[in-house]
Design a protein around this ligand. Structure first.
Ligand SMILES: [Zn+2]
Length: 322
């Protein structure tokens, strides 16, 4: 098992032991009691840390995409209506994931929704917080780790620079995982959207099937119980692990963006662990709700509790990066 996957696995065990605390929106770690710096100071500190770092590891989670307008997953709001309007009216779904879990009368309708879901993220422009982050990282040595499946980072960077550990909306896998292959989902989805027009179902013959066993394909993403953890998945963990191995003695800055309370095991707690153990590591977290800085790393890190889009915009300005 690679270094980073091992850290995630350890964290998962911890998570199970303290599930009650996590579910209540807390953490079992002892937190720092130090008063946070005023916001202006935090932004200056952020910009300086970036400048001083020899390399940077970004941990991009759901809050980052939500801050940029990718906020249609868990609620029926304006952006949900914009992309999923016909389904919202027909079914009254409370956000995009709600529709993904629905039992449709037909597979054609199921795939109509699935295609709409994938097409929305595949074709979305790169959102502002990602552009601001990109400007902040200009000229720096960095690697991206993300739990977001919406491919925003893939629109900006080479595959080598990004570890997508929860899958990617651009690919299909066999729903039965009969073998370790993944396929392009972009072209088939585009064709489905065209064929569907104003309707809510795709033609039966367009339902993509596994060439090996004939089962329906499925997006290559975690969250629905059948995520294919094969070669491509292992490769994601290798990329981040190799990066850490290569840079572990340098001035390495971990930047955590928008981790929620239900998934601390992929980015947040491994970042805490690495900040504590690597000699020259520093940590910055931006979160719109939670002010969690472990006492053990209170001298190596800061947490900025604010809107991620605002923070990244302000750091970009502070750093004077166009
Ligand atoms: Zn198959």
């Amino acid at each position: 098992m690679s270094l980073y996957e091992d850290l995630v696995t350890q964290t998962q065990m911890n998570y199970s032991s303290y599930y009650g605390q996590y579910a209540a929106g807390q953490t079992p770690y002892q937190l720092s009691q130090k008063a946070a710096l005023p916001y202006e100071e935090q932004i200056k500190n952020f910009a300086k840390q970036v400048k001083d770092a020899e390399c940077i590891i970004i941990g991009g989670a759901s809050g980052l995409s939500a801050a940029g307008g990718g906020d249609f997953y868990y609620e029926d709001n304006e952006s949900y209506r914009k992309y999923f309007g016909k389904y919202a009216e027909k079914y009254g779904f409370n956000g995009a994931f709600d529709g993904m879990m629905h039992q449709y009368q037909t597979r054609e309708e199921h795939w109509g929704y699935l295609a709409t879901f994938l097409h929305t993220t595949q074709t979305a422009p790169v959102r502002q917080p990602y552009l601001d982050l990109d400007a902040i990282l200009k000229g720096k040595e960095f690697h991206i780790l993300t739990t977001n499946q919406d491919t925003q980072f893939m629109k900006l960077y080479d595959e080598k620079q990004v570890s997508e550990i929860q899958g990617d909306h651009r690919f299909f896998q066999c729903s039965r995982q009969c073998h370790d292959e993944i396929w392009d989902a972009v072209k088939p989805v585009e064709d489905m959207i065209k064929a569907m027009g104003d309707g809510t179902s795709i033609p039966k013959e367009m339902i993509p099937r596994c060439p090996q066993c004939g089962a329906e394909m499925f997006p290559w993403v975690r969250g629905y119980g059948n995520f294919l953890q094969g070669r491509k998945y292992d490769r994601q963990y290798e990329k981040i692990s190799n990066y850490i191995e290569k840079h572990k003695t340098e001035k390495i800055l971990f930047i955590e963006l928008g981790v929620g309370r239900m998934t601390p095991m992929f980015i947040q707690e491994p970042f805490w662990n690495l900040t504590l153990t690597l000699p020259d590591a520093r940590y910055i977290a931006v979160n719109d709700k939670y002010d969690f800085l472990p006492k053990q790393i209170e001298d190596k890190g800061i947490v900025i509790v604010n809107n991620i889009a605002t923070v990244l915009e302000d750091v970009r300005k502070e750093a004077g990066k166009k």
